[in-house]
Design a protein. Structure first.
Length: 421
């Protein structure tokens, strides 16, 4: 028994931050977690379909070494010194020797750095660059870099970049910090995600990797989150029903996706703009996977749950498009409604710590008042057919005419009784 216990793998290290996506998540859409053109790190290293990119990666390493005027051994020394920490960053073991592992880290780190530099400084792109000369290829690479299983720890990128002596251009010789390059890279990729322009507004003391960076950018800091409120029930009327109840929709001016606010008195629901592209699912799935594996927050989980409540049908999407809250870069609005239904299938609710608990309670309270319930009922019964409005108006006219006739008859009887002519 002792031998069996000693042979067990140890618990995850404090440095562990890169995980294999659980099978239950992969079953929903495996492609959203799987690199299509390039492997970064050990989890997909050596995959047959990704091997054609290895030659490009080695070419970028060569350019990186030439650009930095450094000896490859200087970078190998840095990686060797951090080898244990690097290995512990991954949640599983891998079949690579020490030399193979160090070589892989160096090649992949140089490749990422060159991608970041060339994305920011176009003058660094050579005419015969076989990646940036093909828009489809650089797009595929960028999205592969945002997959949870396809990451390098940020600290090694930072150490290697700090060691590098890089000249940006003849006019600007100042080398920006790599966190700034990653910020600009993410902003160009996910402009719909409202990446904060001001790096000082976020805490980047310990960025784990690119997926973690995106999470930090999108999720409000602890001090900016609402006070914990227990959620009674995870249900609220969808967008079209809210509209029928008299809720007025407004595109929020603030950048954060989480700046969703409802004013009970005015009935105004403010929602920031969300641009939905074909890669939106990829982003949210990997952010959700990171939340579930790393356990640092459940904010993305709660955002997906809320949108799944609000957006149930294409009509809900169309209404939000009308108010400028959703921008669709998909063939139709059906894809948006099914997107959040699919994302929500493997989310979970923590009633004591649901980010939008107060918002949901206020919207439910608003729609439960008698007058708003009546408006919902009338909208549901009478206004499904275009002739229903005419019918309602005609019925009201007949009702008031009958009422007037009845009042006149009563008055006439009273006058006759008292002999008034």
């Amino acid at each position: 028994m002792n031998e069996e216990l000693e042979s067990l793998n140890p618990l995850l290290d404090d440095n562990t931050c890169i995980y294999r996506v659980p099978k239950r998540l992969c079953e929903l859409n495996e492609k959203a977690y799987t690199p299509q053109v390039v492997s970064i790190g050990p989890m997909h290293h050596g995959t047959d379909k990704l091997m054609p990119m290895e030659a490009h990666k080695r070419k970028y390493l060569q350019e990186f070494l030439q650009r930095t005027n450094a000896n490859v051994n200087d970078y190998v020394r840095i990686i060797k010194a951090n080898e244990d920490k690097l290995c512990n960053s991954y949640a599983e073991d891998f079949d690579l020797s020490s030399d193979e592992f160090v070589k892989m880290i160096l090649v992949d780190a140089a490749f990422i750095t060159e991608i970041l530099l060339k994305s920011k400084f176009r003058n660094l792109q050579s005419r015969n660059d076989r990646i940036f000369a093909k828009p489809w290829m650089i797009d595929d690479i960028m999205f592969d870099m945002c997959l949870l299983e396809n990451q390098l720890p940020f600290f090694i990128l930072e150490e290697l970049f700090t060691e590098a002596d890089i000249s940006m251009s003849s006019r600007d010789n100042n080398k920006p910090p790599i966190i700034k390059l990653i910020h600009d890279f993410a902003k160009d990729m996910w402009d719909f995600s409202k990446i904060d322009d001001n790096l000082d507004n976020k805490c980047f003391d310990r960025v784990e990797h690119l997926v973690d960076f995106l999470s930090i950018c999108l999720v409000p800091s602890e001090s900016d989150r609402p006070k914990k409120t227990r959620l009674g029930t995870l249900t609220t009327p969808r967008v079209t029903v809210l509209h029928q109840a008299g809720v007025k929709f407004k595109r929020a001016s603030k950048n954060s996706l989480f700046e969703i606010k409802f004013n009970y008195r005015s009935g105004i629901l403010e929602i920031p703009c969300l641009k939905v592209v074909k890669e939106t699912e990829l982003l949210f799935r990997n952010l959700l996977a990171f939340e579930q594996c790393h356990g640092s927050t459940n904010c993305i989980n709660d955002f997906v749950l809320l949108f799944n409540l609000l957006v149930k049908t294409p009509k809900d999407v169309d209404l939000l498009v009308h108010f400028g809250i959703i921008e669709i870069w998909l063939p139709d609005s059906v894809g948006v409604s099914t997107l959040f239904q699919s994302l929500a299938k493997d989310t979970s609710i923590i009633p004591d710590n649901f980010y939008f608990a107060g918002l949901v309670e206020d919207m439910n309270r608003y729609c439960s008042t008698p007058w708003h319930r009546l408006k919902i009922t009338w909208s549901g019964i009478y206004f499904k057919h275009p002739w229903a409005i005419v019918s309602v108006v005609a019925a009201n006219i007949i009702f008031f005419l009958a009422l007037i006739q009845s009042v006149c008859s009563v008055i006439q009887v009273v006058f006759m009784k008292f002999g008034v002519k």
